[in-house]
Design a protein around this ligand. Structure first.
Ligand code: DGL
Length: 288
């Protein structure tokens, strides 16, 4: 069952009386952010969540910084209208290109995946490879974050333009995906990396493919695990952790709800009920 409409109202609003019961808002271009959502279920099972997938405008990884900034602002504005208490950018591309700017513009805690991922990477190794979208790789966000924490480690970043479309098309086990992965990993294997960071929230789905191509000693870092740990700390610090039972996760997308629901079920283990959201102030057609 799907609902498809232009959203006009608010999610149940606890925020005035009991702000800790308000949901956490998380977003990505598509199903990648579900890797972060799964960590929220594992680490913060009492939290209610609003998930937004900007599926009408993916992939983000080939967009300009101006576009990413505009999309990110629209999504955070919408999440704020849903009275979320905190936002997690479950998207490396937005975290790399828009986090600093939107943090100054919105009066709500906003967490990105890059710093938690970088901190985890330097605890694992000294020769760190990062696979990411072309926009994230080009931004150098991971390299800068890692070197700021540990100036003596070495970092190599590879942009992987084909991964997100292949994952969104459910082609993870297609032999072509393994072929593409081999080509992307080769420069990192040549550098004898000891650690590989999933610099895009879609990539943890590729773990079986990547593992089959990597030497066993290479450690994989999934920033989703670490951004949720950072979120737990932040909630405690702000006195915002929910101790009541959570509401069912609310899912919204800018593209086709049915498609998201069908592809999300394999990662969630249940069929999500998905709404369609149109940003009325900026029609999608004007943005493409
Ligand atoms: N999953 C997102 C990221 O972590 C966006 C991928 C895309 O749409 O290109 O970068």
């Amino acid at each position: 069952m799907y609902s498809s409409f232009i959203f006009e109202g608010n999610f149940d609003d606890f925020s005035d009386q009991e702000p800790q019961r308000a949901p956490i808002g998380i977003f990505d271009s598509g199903v990648g952010g579900l890797t972060v959502l799964r960590q929220l279920y594992r680490q913060l099972p009492n939290e209610s969540i609003v998930y937004f997938g900007d599926t009408a405008r993916l992939p983000y990884g080939i967009r300009s910084q101006a576009e990413i900034l505009r999309f990110t602002r629209e999504i955070i504005t919408w999440l704020q209208q849903q009275r979320v208490k905190m936002v997690i950018m479950a998207c490396n591309t937005s975290s790399a290109l828009a986090l600093e700017t939107v943090r100054q513009q919105f009066n709500i805690p906003i967490l990105g995946v890059i710093l938690p991922g970088a901190k985890a990477a330097v605890q694992q190794g000294r020769r760190i490879g990062v696979i990411a979208t072309p926009a994230t790789a080009k931004s150098n966000a991971y390299k800068q974050a890692i070197l700021e924490i540990a100036p003596d480690v070495q970092v190599w970043q590879v942009g992987c333009p084909e991964f997100v479309p292949l994952i969104e098309q459910n082609r993870i086990h297609d032999p072509y995906t393994a072929e593409v992965a081999r080509a992307y990993l080769q420069p990192l294997l040549d550098q004898e990396i000891d650690t590989l960071v999933h610099g895009c929230t879609h990539y943890p789905y590729l773990t079986p493919v990547l593992r089959s191509l990597l030497p066993p000693q290479v450690q994989l870092v999934d920033p989703a695990v670490h951004v949720v740990a950072a979120c737990a700390q932040e909630l405690d610090l702000l006195g915002l952790r929910n101790t009541h039972l959570p509401l069912p996760t609310r899912f919204a997308v800018s593209g086709c709800p049915q498609q998201f629901s069908q592809s999300g079920v394999q990662w969630l283990g249940y069929t999500p009920l998905v709404e369609e959201v149109c940003f009325t102030d900026t029609p999608i057609t004007q943005l493409q």
